[in-house]
Design a protein around this ligand. Structure first.
Ligand SMILES: [Zn+2]
Length: 200
């Protein structure tokens, strides 16, 4: 850490550079921006940071991020209640929502199967997905894990455990690049990959 800054500025730069994608140069620019902004703006930023830690929890149905028992998507009765899109994390759900091409519900697994990292089926929100499906209302499950090795393996595994329940299981189409990351894919490709989904 450079020594030319006053200690509180160094500390802010250090904290900001811990954020993903933020190098020391960007962190310095952000720190100076915060320093020059009004006290209200700085307070509003620090309150927003604390508030996500205090108020955000997981939706009791789909495990999306929520500020109440059910997330906004599960509360929305206009959405298609018979379709569930399975994603590995909230960032992928956000990407699909930004695409605007999907009107069903979600289920967030909070991870993918990874034998190398010791992540097995019991570490994902899989049992909760199965009990949702046993409720009988859901007609189709779309598997939208990343087209990576772990994402594919997870989709295969989930489809195997779902199929005996008699629910239609589909996988998003290979319109998305192999080894890609859903949250960085453009909206058109994401929408197309949902439209062109196929049986698994
Ligand atoms: Zn939910």
């Amino acid at each position: 850490m450079s020594l030319q800054h006053a200690q509180p500025i160094s500390r802010l730069i250090q904290e900001l550079s811990r954020l993903p994608g933020i190098g020391e140069k960007t962190a310095s620019r952000l720190a100076l921006h915060i320093l020059r902004s009004s006290r209200e703006n700085a307070e509003s930023l620090s309150r927003a940071i604390l508030e996500v830690k205090e108020k955000i929890r997981l939706c009791s149905r789909c495990f999306n991020l929520a500020d109440q028992d059910l997330c906004r998507i599960c509360q929305d009765t206009k959405r298609n209640q018979e379709m569930v899109c399975v994603v590995s994390g909230p960032e992928d759900l956000m990407a699909l929502e930004r695409s605007g091409g999907y009107q069903g519900l979600y289920h967030v697994l909070h991870g993918v199967l990874s034998p190398l990292e010791g992540i097995g089926p019991q570490d994902l929100r899989l049992e909760e997905l199965l009990s949702r499906l046993r409720g009988g209302k859901i007609q189709e499950v779309i598997l939208a894990t990343n087209p990576s090795v772990e994402g594919e393996a997870t989709a295969q595994y989930v489809s195997q455990v779902i199929k005996p329940l008699g629910v239609r299981v589909t996988r998003i189409a290979r319109g998305v690049p192999m080894g890609g990351d859903l949250q960085y894919i453009d909206q058109v490709t994401l929408t197309k990959s949902l439209e062109n989904r196929g049986p698994i």
